[in-house]
Design a protein around this ligand. Structure first.
Ligand code: COA
Length: 242
């Protein structure tokens, strides 16, 4: 794998760690980050030695302050930031990773930051986390899945308020809305993510992957089809143990 510039990739005891690493720019999502995430998620997906992924970010202030608004100097930045997102389906890549992905969130979690976290399976937030989708204020709409993943996660009414008003919410409200699974003091997020990862690792990788698939794919299906999917996956899994 090539050397990364704006993310750090580490692998330890079956856990893959991806760290967004542009702390001076509040880990803003730029083209380089898009490409590196695309590459690393592809490698993780195909690596049978990885059971769980932890997505985190370096620096004190932010998990990710959204799309990089300074990268494109020759035209209205949000428009170009938008085009950069479309060029590679990083979000589809996130969702295609069969291993559970745990997001460890702190500080600003804005725009692409919140959208990236919504593609993860479990979200842990530090008590200083602040969430928002500033896109309408920039004359654009979220295009990394946020208009679809936010209402699926928190329900239509809160999602519409957040998306339409641009109002930011703190960690406590994010927990109430079930946008995050748990809120913890900053130093406790990574250890808690690792504890969860260990617990998941203690189970059969095939069962874990089947559960993830059943839930995510089932969400898009009518109940009868979802139940059929669950049955199929259960049968496949029982084949694994024969
Ligand atoms: N793209 C590129 N650079 C960004 C960035 C972004 N989305 N967000 C922050 N930065 C950079 C700032 O330009 C600044 O760089 P500098 O030190 O070279 O001047 C650095 O990160 C620190 O940001 P700063 O604004 O000084 O921090 P703050 O604590 O005062 O404010 C925010 C933090 C998040 C409120 C503010 O940076 C902000 O509003 N960022 C843009 C958020 C946004 O609209 N994202 C796009 C969503 S689609």
């Amino acid at each position: 794998m090539s050397a990364f510039e704006v993310i750090i990739y580490e692998k330890q005891d079956g856990v893959a760690y991806i760290t967004l690493n542009r702390p001076k720019a509040l880990n803003a999502y730029n083209v380089r980050m898009r490409d590196e995430l695309y590459e690393v998620l592809g490698a993780i997906k195909d690596d049978p030695g990885i059971d769980v992924v932890i997505l985190k970010a370096s620096g004190e202030k932010a998990f990710c302050a959204g799309a990089d608004l300074t990268e494109f100097l020759t035209a209205p930045p949000p428009v170009f930031a938008r085009q950069a997102r479309f060029a590679r389906d990083v979000w589809g890549r996130f969702l295609s990773v069969e291993q559970p992905v745990i997001a460890a969130l702190h500080g600003y979690v804005l725009g692409s930051g919140i959208e990236m976290s919504l593609c993860c399976d479990i979200r842990l937030a530090s008590d200083d986390a602040r969430f928002g989708l500033p896109e309408p204020g920039l004359g654009i709409i979220p295009a990394a899945g946020g208009s679809q993943t936010l209402p699926r996660t928190v329900g239509i009414a809160p999602a519409l308020e957040i998306l339409l008003s641009g109002r930011w919410i703190d960690a406590e409200e994010a927990l109430k809305l079930k946008l995050v699974n748990r809120v913890l003091p900053r130093p406790a997020i990574l250890p808690e993510a690792e504890k969860l990862a260990k617990k998941i690792q203690s189970y059969s990788p095939s069962a874990v992957r089947a559960v993830k698939q059943a839930v995510w794919r089932g969400l898009d299906l009518p109940l009868a089809e979802g139940l059929a999917l669950e049955k199929r996956l259960a049968e496949q899994l029982s084949g694994v143990y024969k």
